[in-house]
Design a protein around this ligand. Structure first.
Ligand SMILES: [Zn+2]
Length: 119
């Protein structure tokens, strides 16, 4: 379990703590028992992005968990965006699907609208 405290710092609890340590020490901890190829890479990206940006969804601003996060490529790969951390943000799978292949400007507008409507 991960949450943000009042200062906006991510706090890791229980399994996530162990996972974070395992990831940092490059051991082969797995996020779940249904080990899939790429699972540790997925975890590494989630850990890196939430350490940088916090765990709020890029679109709706609500917390994203490891179970339902997707990598949002701000400039989509189909539009020539790089598959690099600088081009990535965490988002819910459903929010990412809503955004589809919008341009960056449209995505930002969508994100502002979704956050606004949630308040
Ligand atoms: Zn979302």
């Amino acid at each position: 379990m991960i949450y943000q405290n009042a200062k906006g710092r991510l706090v890791w609890h229980g399994g996530a703590d162990a996972a974070w340590d395992a990831w940092k020490s490059a051991s082969d901890w797995r996020a779940n028992k249904r080990t899939k190829r790429g699972a540790s890479k997925r975890w590494a990206r989630f850990a890196t992005l939430t350490a940088r940006d916090g765990n709020a969804c890029f679109y709706c601003g609500k917390p994203v968990t490891f179970e339902d996060f997707t990598i949002e490529h701000l400039v989509s790969l189909t539009q020539g965006g790089p598959d690099h951390i600088a081009n990535m943000a965490v988002s819910h799978a459903r929010c990412n699907a809503t955004a589809g292949h919008l341009s960056v400007v449209e995505k930002v507008r969508l994100a502002e609208g979704m956050k606004g409507s949630a308040q």
